[in-house]
Design a binder for this molecule. Structure first.
Ligand SMILES: Nc1ncnc2c1ncn2[C@@H]1O[C@H](COP(=O)(O)OP(=O)(O)OP(=O)(O)O)[C@@H](O)[C@H]1O
Ligand SMILES: [Mg+2]
Length: 252
């Protein structure tokens, strides 16, 4: 996937200011940067939950939210967007499960309604995924009867049920109690080790970022200020802004 000169504004607030970066297939990329700098916005743009104000977002070299027709920058019809968006899955900080549905219903909802899988097929896959995230026993529970860590594991299973090629993870452990953070990270580590899903993650868990990602991007003031492998980024960053930021985060 590629961001090419992407601009995003909220009113006068320029959040992405001609942002350029790309993620190759199978890459595991961690995005770091200060609070309010626009990390979530980047992921939401990829999910088409936000509209950009300029530039292109491409997957496999093909723009999928907007494109230039001659000089004109126009929105791509929903039908074409959806095809691409279905290749992208996202797990949110606040889980965002459907509270009135059971665990199983949450997971089969999109495979049945969006991918048009048969219910039986969707259930078989959901059960496999529940096993993988250690949640088989809660299959028929309503999601509001689950702890935060359990909800997040269901949210991960739900994202995987769409067989995404790209998985976006937005601070997926930051709403969790410290003692269950390790469980959720363990589930993600296993996904990283056993699949070739491209991952773009926002996290403050630097140790985790170091273990699973092969590249780290430091983002600030609407642009990428530094890019390095995790070892270099966390032990020997180049830019003053990165040094400052990591000092603050690691001291936390
Ligand atoms: N729907 C919205 N309406 C107006 N402003 C918004 C909206 N969503 C985000 N913003 C603004 O865009 C900026 C970037 O927000 P974003 O949530 O992307 O930051 P972030 O890097 O994810 O921060 P954090 O680390 O705290 O999660 C912030 O200034 C925020 O106030
Ligand atoms: Mg955020």
């Amino acid at each position: 996937m590629e961001f090419r000169d992407v601009v995003k504004r909220f009113g006068d607030n320029v959040v992405l200011d001609g942002l350029n970066f790309s993620v190759a297939q199978g890459d595991r990329v961690t995005l770091i940067g200060p609070s309010g700098s626009g990390k979530t916005t980047i992921l939401r743009l990829l999910m088409t939950l936000e509209e950009s104000n300029g530039g292109l977002i491409l997957i496999d070299g093909v723009p999928y939210t907007h494109e230039y027709r001659g000089e004109k920058w126009v929105e791509i019809p929903e039908k074409r967007r959806r095809v691409v968006r279905n290749r992208v899955g996202m797990v949110f900080q606040q889980f965002n499960l459907f509270p009135n549905m059971t665990v199983l219903e949450n997971i089969i909802e999109a495979p049945v309604h969006v991918l048009k899988k048969s219910k039986a097929e969707a259930i078989t896959r959901a059960e496999e995924l529940l096993e993988q995230v250690g949640m088989s026993e809660k299959r028929d529970f309503k999601t509001n009867q689950l702890s935060g860590g359990q909800q997040q594991r269901v949210a991960i299973a739900r994202a995987l049920a769409m067989d995404p090629e790209i998985l976006l993870l937005d601070e997926v452990t930051s709403a969790l109690d410290p003692e269950i953070v390790a469980d959720v990270l363990g589930v993600l580590r296993e996904i990283a080790e056993t699949t070739d899903i491209t991952m773009l993650l926002v996290t403050h868990e630097m140790q985790f970022a170091r273990e699973v990602s092969n590249r780290v991007l430091m983002f600030d003031h609407g642009q990428i200020v530094e890019e390095a492998d995790p070892e270099t980024m966390f032990t020997n960053p180049t830019h003053e802004r990165t040094k400052e930021f990591l000092k603050a985060v690691l001291a936390h």
